[in-house]
Design a protein around this ligand. Structure first.
Ligand code: NAP
Length: 272
């Protein structure tokens, strides 16, 4: 730990698995910024005390927030961007100019970063999953005015509610339903992640120009992405969003955009 330097950190319970320190430290070093980025284990019952202590710590620039605090943290900080009513969860806390704490969510921007150059307005999209990550994805999709959105989820009622919440036209289907044709398929569920069941899905209904985007990044080459590659479809892996959401947070904490030209080296570090 480096004392008396400005620092940011990531909090969660558990926290040891977080890749955020690797990403932020890499960028700090590349830019020559004298600051630190740490991980800090915070249990749910410790969250209020943690926020109170960091509020007084003038070296603290803010934190990334991971499971299980993304909802609870909203009780402790201001919400100038209306994140509570839109995405419904915060993953980044930082200071306003007057030193007060505010929360935001960089997952939607992180999801959007690798598809920013693809013209998706009016195009049909499938989203698998209806949890926290799916909410950030749906928020981003609602902003770029995609066409019909099909949400496939184990809990289909939750999926229907999200369509209404984000003002999206589409349908909610149960897991195992045949896919409709779509330009973009996003896996925002936990399926395919190490330790979870595989995502069983038949990609045949997708057109040849479809893009398959898996938010899961452990493993990096999921079975879903392997299937998409076997069909010659374009793929985007979960590290793209992980790096994208960290980039938005880095600029909030340290006041400079990260040097994304080193992404290939960063990806190697993250996969090591
Ligand atoms: P979450 O809020 O817990 O949601 C999990 C989702 O997966 C829910 O839709 C849940 O369905 C579904 N699910 C879980 N187990 C299932 C099973 N056995 N069968 C069918 N559906 C199942 O988690 P999250 O935060 O949204 O994260 C989801 C995934 O996105 C994780 O793999 C996470 O690592 C990844 N992620 C990646 C990034 C990135 O930067 N790349 C960022 C955030 C999340 P129900 O609604 O029916 O329970």
């Amino acid at each position: 730990m480096t004392d008396n330097l400005p620092y940011a950190e990531v909090i969660g319970d558990p926290i040891a698995q977080s890749k955020s320190p690797i990403i932020h430290k890499f960028w700090l070093e590349k830019l020559g910024i004298k600051a630190d980025y740490r991980m800090f284990h915070v249990k749910p019952e410790e969250l209020a005390d943690y926020i109170a202590a960091r509020r007084k710590d003038t070296e603290w620039r803010g934190c990334n927030v991971t499971i299980p605090h993304k909802l609870a943290v909203m009780e402790h900080v201001s919400d100038p961007g209306g994140v509570r009513a839109s995405i419904g969860a915060m993953n980044t806390i930082a200071r306003t100019e007057n030193g007060d704490l505010f929360g935001t969510n960089t997952d939607a921007g992180g999801f959007f970063a690798p598809i920013a150059d693809i013209p998706l307005a009016g195009q049909d999209v499938i989203v698998i999953g209806a949890g926290g990550a799916a909410q950030a994805v749906l928020f981003a999709l609602s902003r770029i005015e995609v066409g019909t959105v099909t949400i496939i989820n184990r809990n289909v009622l939750k999926a229907s509610a999200l369509l209404a919440r984000f003002g999206l036209q589409g349908q909610a289907l149960e897991h195992g339903s045949a896919l409709p044709p779509a330009r973009l398929l996003v896996n925002a569920s936990a399926l395919g992640m190490k330790g979870q069941d595989e995502l069983v899905v038949n990609l045949d209904p997708l057109p040849d120009d479809a893009i398959v985007y898996d938010l899961v990044y452990v493993p990096i080459k999921t079975k879903l992405l392997q299937k998409a590659t076997a069909r010659n479809l374009d793929t985007i892996d979960g590290l793209a969003m992980l790096i994208g959401q960290a980039a938005v947070a880095f600029e909030i904490f340290f006041g400079k955009p990260p040097p994304l030209e080193h992404d290939d080296k960063l990806r190697k570090l993250l996969l090591a």
